[in-house]
Design a protein around this ligand. Sequence first.
Ligand code: GLN
Ligand code: ZN
Length: 766
Amino acid sequence: MAVASNLGFPRFGAKRELKKAVETFWKGKISEAELRDTADMLLERHWRIQMDAGLFAIPVNDFSYYDHMLDMTGLLGAIPPRYNAPLLDEIKLDTYFAMARGAQDADRDVPAMEMTKWFDTNYHYIVPEFDEDTDFHIASLHPFRAVEKARAAGVEHPRPVLVGPATYLLLGKILDNTPKRVILERMLPVYGEILRRFHEMDVDMVQLDEPALVLDLDDEARSIFEQAWTYLNSLSERPKLLTTTYFGSIAHNADLAVDMGDGLHLDLVRAPEQLDTIAPQLPEGKLLGCGVVNGRNVWRADLDKALNLLKRAATLRGGHEDIMVAPSCSLLHSPIDLDLETRLDDEIKSWMAFGKQKLDEVVALTHVLNGEGSSDVQQAFAASRDAWDARRSSSRVVNETVRERQDAINDTMARRASDFPKRVAAQQAKLNLPPFPTTTIGSFPQTREVRRLRLQLRKGELTREQYEHAIENEILNTLKYQEEAGVDVLVHGEFERNDMVEYFGEQLDGYAFTQHGWVQSYGSRGVKPPIIFGDVHRPHPMTVRWSKFAKDHTDHPVKGMLTGPVAMLQWSFVRDDQPRSKTCEQIALAIRDEVVDLEAAGIEVVQIDEPAFREGLPLRRKDWSAYFDWAVRCFRVASSGVKDDTQIHTHMCYSEFNEIFDAIAAMDADVISIEASRSRMELLDAFDEFHYPNDIGPGVWDIHSPRVPSSDEMTDLLQRALKHIPKQRLWVNPDCGLKTRGWTEVKESLANMVAAAKRMREEAAG
Ligand code: GLN
Ligand code: ZN
């Protein structure tokens, strides 16, 4: 019989109970015991949901107070010495949170461990650190306790989830020159001991996540996989091992993967084609996990299509006995329960499935594969068919005008009328900016008062007119302040925006919003991505009113502020019925219209933010150029509708530019501002090899910290930048938007920034 399973369940709770409990614990308002009670309550509730769905194996130890990679670090005892952790059987929660967030109190001042993105998701994990002295030992009992608790709650087949040794090591950072192989040798016996304990507890199978198999692996990484799994395979006292992979194909590493453990899970949503390569190579009797329900999205599965894949798998394996049906990856990346959404439009809602509903799909598929077609199951299939038929033809989804426009996109639309040198001359003639022009990235402090205005508007405590008047006041104050500070290119401050994606999504056709569609981003932080369900279309201008208001109240140039097509795509749940590139193109057209309208309203400078441009990069290098082709083109479509003398800015906030310089240059923005101050302008080294042709403003003020940088410090950074960038091309700006900062620091820092620019001008003149 094929079995239904899951790889992991969302942790927060439907009402974000965990987030709230953790945050109140950090504030010292609840005890550790109370926090643990909340966790236990959620665990039981989530196991109950999975048991009720009818799963065979249920994941345990998929829960975490902060992050599962950090849990693994705790479990393996790889606690960096700076946390001064006492040698205990169980890491203290206090140490655990200090590693996650840093700690500053009477007896310590330690920074957090580094955090980075988990593959191509918006989930962030805590990066493990190793060195010569890392002493691995079991330092958490949580996974073992989780098995006991699950059994007590009635779970018959608890399946503990761990990050596999190769992925854990390869995603970590070795601080000295110790070879990976040596770290692995020290780490493996602890994995061995963990597995032995599970075996002693009569656990029949453990899930070891090895998603690093989807990446490009060099020889060293491949040998890490080999060494790790030769060891794990050879253990005599261990449960069966299920290797899980997700977010891509592992066909290029099939030779390694097929010999690992007793089962192998594949992501057949992202990479259905790998089935034919891998299934025939798997040794007989090995469990084949088929991830046919998308764990990364909010759409109902096409059950007929999924069933066909499962049947294909059964054919290739000579029967369905050793097949596991599952979501493509952990449901950590899906919202938890569609039933909680009371405000979603019924039609659109009928096309969706969140975590809980996805499990029902998994179970229905398993039943049919096993030849058990009860009426419930038939109903599930019928509902899936109806939903897909409706989506394909719904007037909510298809907008013929948009499609015609999209078909008509040509190279002219994706290119400015003239090349940069001619444009920059035209812009300078119009803007007449001093050397080292100063500007900001867009937002000014989103104070409690500003946020309250939106709340009051929503609650009906303010009329639209009163609200707009209050926003206008904020704009006027901010303009006046920028004028007094001596900033050259002003912004209106983005006070009308809750979020840079949501604000635009709410005004575009094709977008829907949930009430509870949260997914974990890092630690206690969640995001609630908008949902793109249909052809994106801009029914009316979105920002012109505010930018125009600002323009009418100052003699300085005002920069219009937009979110770019790639960011809009990357930070939303995207429809799965057409390629992402097509959806991105539609957003690009909507932004293009906005840019043109801004120009018509007299706005001379428009910034199109693309902070997620690098984040969108595919996991494998071979796929990069295809991504760049459409992502760059979409930006160009969005930005090229204007005349030469309208200046287009873009903004990106990350500093690993080296590998993607060509693509950034190909976007052909007149000015780009980038985050740079934290790396002390190291990123500029890349400019020596690659001459960025247009204007650039490497951020000189780290806005992620409340610290006020002195004008000396900023001058110093600018001088360093001058070694790499010609002085006519250099702009002066902060790293990113100022919305999380307070006015006091902003005023001081901005004054210092303008002073630094003035010093640069004097020095250049003298
Ligand atoms: N214009 C946006 C702001 O200033 C840019 C935010 C971002 O880069 N993430 O807030
Ligand atoms: Zn930024």
